[in-house]
Write a protein that binds this ligand. Structure first.
Ligand code: SAH
Length: 215
């Protein structure tokens, strides 16, 4: 039987996103538009809108829709802002950012995932610049970024990423904690001052790199 993905998408947005308190209209509109089923493995398409992360291969996951929404909303994005993502994974978060109208740069450590995400994004018409490498070191060439989103868990805040963040209300969201549980931390940079806001508990795969976890 054909799966009505549009219906599943609308239901996901209603029950998982809006009902849990996400109000940013741009975020909601993007979630209604991006076909999440395109970012999950073929055999998991029917679960694409479930309230859970899903495996995408290489031991990695596409995050739960609500967590993607919460992180995206926390950045208070505006159109044309330059955003750096660390941990491309499936490319779903990149697509949400691009759909909002941001200029998106994304770094992925695992080449096969980066290539697959690039293909999916291109097919759907999203213009996202993807680099294969260690995202804990950021992407100097296009810095500073208005916003930075790290979608893997770090033991601490990678200093290089903070240095590549705009001093003009730049926002960086990152899960910080141990290997098994973390808190979502939002950093706001105003000149040399950094404000830190804890948005609560979460669980991510580890950020492995020079300024993250060791292999
Ligand atoms: N944002 C993704 C979910 C990513 S899961 C999505 O929407 O699907 C986290 C990803 O971070 C994994 O693909 C993992 O390979 C990657 N990763 C881990 N450490 C990294 C690093 N140092 N630099 C770049 N990517 C990293």
């Amino acid at each position: 039987m054909e799966i009505d993905f549009e219906k599943l998408r609308r239901e996901m947005v209603e029950s998982q996103i809006i009902r849990r308190g996400i109000t940013d209209k741009k975020v909601i509109a993007a979630f209604l538009k991006v076909p999440r089923e395109e970012f999950v493995p073929e055999n998991l398409k029917e679960s694409a809108y479930d309230d859970t992360p899903l495996p995408i291969g290489e031991g990695q996951t596409i995050s739960q829709p609500y967590i993607v929404a919460l992180m995206t909303e926390s950045l208070k994005l505006k159109e044309n802002e330059r955003v750096l993502e660390v941990g491309t994974g499936s490319g779903y978060q990149s697509a949400i950012l691009a759909e909002i109208g941001c200029e998106v740069y994304s770094i992925e450590k695992i080449a096969s995932l980066a290539k697959k995400a690039e293909k999916t994004l291109k097919k759907l018409g999203y213009n996202v610049k993807i680099k294969i490498g260690d995202g804990t070191l950021g992407w100097e060439e296009f810095s500073p970024y208005d916003k930075i989103i790290v979608t893997a868990a770090s033991p601490k805040i990678p200093k290089t990423l903070l240095s590549q963040l705009s001093k003009n209300e730049g926002k960086l969201i990152i899960p910080i904690g141990d290997r098994f549980s973390q808190d979502l931390i939002l950093f706001i940079k105003r000149n040399e001052k950094i404000e830190k806001i804890n948005l609560g508990g979460c669980q991510f795969v580890p950020l492995i790199g020079k300024e993250g976890w060791e292999e």
